[in-house]
Write a protein that binds this ligand. Structure first.
Ligand SMILES: Nc1nc2c(c(=O)[nH]1)N[C@H]1C(S)=C(S)[C@@H](COP(=O)(O)O)O[C@H]1N2
Ligand SMILES: [Mo]
Length: 513
């Protein structure tokens, strides 16, 4: 009984490994990025329903993309084992399973942004190899075995079983070797990594003013005014970071324009580049959350390129598209008014990190990233909101996303225990494109106490605040609220992150000993 399940399951696994390995190898040779696991993962991400976004943000932040890959590998392994068992018991049902899985991978490969017909080769090859190897192994398994009295096939024994195991081992081994070879090949073709390593960022024609001396307080645990690249939050739908070779990168401006514009990387770098400090926030940042960061960006104003393209009078939106097909819809006005909306090539003095959009991304002050901050950007389509819809707007998120006025307590940490006496309460507040004019702190629902604000870098950056609290012992709650330069006070009304950003006041509990 055990042999009837385990040996066929083994055959299924070995067959699928052989097919998968050869697909990885051909992907490495002719279609980098078309690894079956990655294309299926990308398909799952794109088809996830709207409610899954919250989960996805947690899941596909930075480290947990690996979780999806492991999940797909586990599902594939289970299907492979089932295919083996079915092929043994009711041929050709095992092959049907393999063909069905192969078709899913084929659709996934061909529906990727910028897919070429060659991308069909790895999944089709995987399907054929797996089906042929499965048939061969199961035939081996049956060889020498006779139909029992009950009409059931009896598993092979002795010499036949040893032969079967040898063939199975060879198939699996070839698969693993081929997969490793494919990985090495695609690593070797990573022109983007190599180019970035060799790239020296040009100097800014218009450097940023030095940070005001009073822009940051020296308080342990307070968020630094500039977020180091390594600590900058990362959010995107890309399962493997897009590798865009700067030597072939171009940006096209098309759509409702008088002149189509196309520039390459060398041309972009030769333009007068400007530095600006801009805070970037994610719409999925809940009140008090950390999906927000502030960086010194180097780039070229999008306004200038749009001026060359000359949008027609009816245009009201720019749909930006990335190398991996993701899109954002940005109001045309936010890209043509006087704010620092740029095509960024530098982040905190370094070339853009690969995961933050190398070689070129958009940064638009005052709008959530999902409607503005396109990484690996390759195309700006000038259009209208009533004609085009961007990636997240088709998944239940608002088509416009101005960043909401908000503030956060960083110290003390929530649920910390502090000593009675003077306790420094501090954090950050932001009201992008308007500016923060005041921050107040409240203890246990009492009076609002004005906090001291650090100097502002600009209206487009967050601002630190501090307040010295004479803390009595016991349990307390601390709340913070910001007021913007127009006098708007941060609302205490709770709103979920969907569809256009959270509201409410950040509140922490502390115990004072
Ligand atoms: N190509 C691409 N660009 C993208 C995204 C994406 O999924 N794909 N996500 C956007 C979102 S939702 C946010 S909040 C910002 C995050 O930028 P960061 O990862 O550099 O912090 O990138 C934006 N740009
Ligand atoms: Mo986001």
């Amino acid at each position: 009984m055990r042999a009837r399940i385990w040996l066929p399951a083994l055959a299924g696994l070995a067959a699928v490994l052989a097919g998968f390995g050869l697909a990885e190898l051909t992907a490495g040779l002719i279609a980098p990025g078309v690894s079956p696991v990655l294309v299926v993962g990308a398909l799952l991400i794109d088809f996830a329903p709207a409610w899954a976004k919250d989960l996805m943000i947690g899941l596909f932040g930075t480290a947990d993309k690996a979780a999806l890959i492991v999940f797909i590998a586990l599902v594939a392994a289970v299907l492979a084992a089932l295919a083996g068992i079915w092929e043994y018991r009711r041929p050709p049902f095992g092959r049907y399973v393999i063909v069905a899985a192969g078709l899913v991978a084929l659709v996934a490969a061909l529906t990727r942004a910028g897919a070429s017909p060659f991308d069909a080769v790895p999944p089709v090859l995987a399907m054929l190899v797996a089906a042929v190897v499965l048939t061969m192994l199961v035939t081996r398994l049956r060889a020498g075995s006779a139909a029992g009295a009950d009409g059931q096939v009896q598993p092979a024994t002795g010499l036949d079983r040893r032969r079967f195991l040898a063939y199975t081992g060879v198939s699996a081994g070839v698969g693993v070797l081929a997969a490793v070879g494919g990985q090495l090949l695609s690593a070797g073709s990573r022109a983007a990594d190599a180019a970035r390593a060799l790239f020296t960022l040009p100097a800014a024609t218009t450097p940023a003013a030095p940070l005001p001396a009073g822009a940051s307080f020296d308080i342990d645990g307070l968020t630094p005014i500039i977020t180091p690249n390594a600590d900058f939050y990362r959010i995107d739908t890309a399962l493997s970071v897009p590798r865009v070779d700067p030597s072939t990168w171009t940006l096209k401006i098309t759509g409702l324009v008088e002149n189509e514009v196309e520039i390459d990387f060398a041309e972009l770098l030769a333009l007068p580049l400007e530095e600006s400090t801009t805070t970037l926030a994610c719409v999925s940042n809940y009140v008090g959350g950390d999906l927000i960061g502030n960086a010194l960006w180097l780039g070229y104003p999008i306004r200038e390129l749009l001026a060359r393209a000359k949008p027609t009078a009816e245009a009201d939106m720019v749909l930006s598209r990335s190398a991996d097909g993701w899109t954002a819809s940005t109001p045309l006005e936010a890209l043509t008014d006087d704010r620092n909306s740029i095509l960024a090539v530098g982040m905190n003095g370094d070339p853009l990190p690969l995961e933050h959009g190398y070689p070129v991304r958009m940064v638009v002050p005052g709008l959530y990233g999902y409607v503005s901050a396109t990484k690996w950007v390759t195309e700006l389509i000038v259009t209208r909101f009533d004609r085009e819809t961007a990636y997240w707007s088709t998944r239940g998120w608002s088509e416009k996303g101005p960043v909401k006025l908000s503030s956060r307590v960083d110290v003390p940490r929530g649920n910390a225990t502090v000593e009675a006496g003077t306790v420094t309460v501090a954090g950050v507040a932001w009201s992008q494109h308007v500016g923060v004019s005041a921050v107040d702190v409240q203890v246990d629902g009492g009076d609002w106490n004005p906090a001291t604000l650090a100097d502002a870098i600009s209206v487009d950056t967050w601002r630190q605040w501090r307040w010295d609290w004479d803390a009595p012992s016991g349990s307390h709650t601390i709340r913070v609220r910001a007021t913007d330069a127009n006098g708007l006070v941060q609302t205490s009304e709770l709103a979920d992150v969907a569809p256009d950003g959270a509201t409410g006041l950040h509140e922490i509990s502390v115990s004072v000993s």
